[in-house]
Design a protein around this ligand. Structure first.
Ligand code: 8HG
Length: 297
């Protein structure tokens, strides 16, 4: 990779780091637990560790961490082994993607924890990002464990499947604002607890096979399973189609009211193994600028 790494005072600094913009990474729709601080840095918790990330000029600074955690946890989480310049160069051959990439040039796809992502995207169905974030925060506070305080804010781990399998559906529904999705959360957690579906086995499946397996969980359909495969299981060709991706695909490439299956086929043909990355640049671009929304261009 094209950066130099420095360890100093509980910080890791990546010098001259390209293709890494905290705002793009944490606000592009893939993750719900990154909290923006007053100085523009972002803080979150993953695998029981709290980390703060900030761009400072040409560098990226990771605070509250050390070399060993960086190598064992964060390198993989931030997908640092991947050459995003190459991906961007390839996708920029398409003029729409070229614009979307200009807009979200610092996006990277994070490698997040499967159980947390499954529950988060069950919550995301027919929901809005600020509400999804709120529910996940409330669930972590009630059912997770207190880990650390950073910059005056308390951080809690996301609960395990064993804990959520025993959660009270009404409590989730009412006090954690997940509505009808509460029963999906508890029943999905129960299926995992009972060993009905082994999450680790999904890493080695194809995207299509992984999708079939994940769809056995209640509340998991084609879109939610594609998000889970892309954000937790390294399936780079998964192409989740929500309303924003549908709109932008129809606006630039296809006719209005194209069937989701046909959009999916088109995207897989056009973007191939890079479809998941293409989707993320498009989702961020469409959502931030309102591209494809009626009356807006
Ligand atoms: O990153 C995302 N990509 C796509 N395609 N859809 C997403 C992402 N994140 C996210 O929350 N969604 C869905 O969009 C879930 C929900 O239906 C809606 C929130 O705006």
């Amino acid at each position: 990779m094209n950066y130099k790494i420095i360890e100093k005072d509980n910080k890791i600094i990546l010098k001259d780091m390209k293709n890494f913009e905290p705002k793009h990474i944490f606000e592009c729709g893939q993750a719900f637990r990154w909290h923006v601080e007053e100085d523009g840095s972002y803080t979150a918790i993953h695998k029981g560790k709290v980390i703060n990330v900030k761009r400072e000029g040409r560098d990226v600074v990771f605070s509250n961490t050390n070399r060993s955690d960086f190598e064992n946890i964060w390198f993989n989480y931030f997908d640092l082994g991947r050459d995003y310049s190459k991906i961007k160069e390839e996708l920029s051959k398409d003029s729409v993607l070229k614009e979307a990439i200009k807009f979200g040039q610092g996006i990277r796809i994070l490698n997040q924890e499967p159980f947390e992502i499954i529950i988060s995207f069950i919550i995301s169905a027919n929901n809005q990002i600020p509400r999804i974030k709120k529910s996940i925060e409330l669930i972590s506070r009630s059912y997770g464990e207190y880990i650390d305080t950073y910059n005056g804010r308390k951080y809690f781990s996301f609960p395990t499947h064993d804990i959520l399998a025993d959660a009270d559906i009404e409590d989730l529904e009412k006090n954690h604002k997940v509505g009808y999705r509460a029963k999906y959360i508890v029943n999905t957690s129960k299926m995992i607890k009972q060993g009905k579906i082994d999450l680790d086995s999904i890493y080695s499946l194809s995207t299509a096979e992984g999708q079939e397996k994940l769809k056995k969980f209640p509340g998991v359909g084609p879109k939610v399973s594609s998000c889970i495969l892309l954000f937790a299981f390294n399936k780079d060709n998964a192409f989740p189609i929500d309303i924003w991706v549908k709109r932008i695909m129809e606006y630039f490439y296809l006719e209005e009211d194209t069937k989701l299956k046909d959009i999916s086929k088109f995207a897989n043909k056009k973007f191939g193994d890079l479809a998941g990355f293409a989707q993320q640049y498009l989702f961020y671009y469409a959502r931030e600028l309102g591209v494809g929304k009626k009356n807006k261009r």
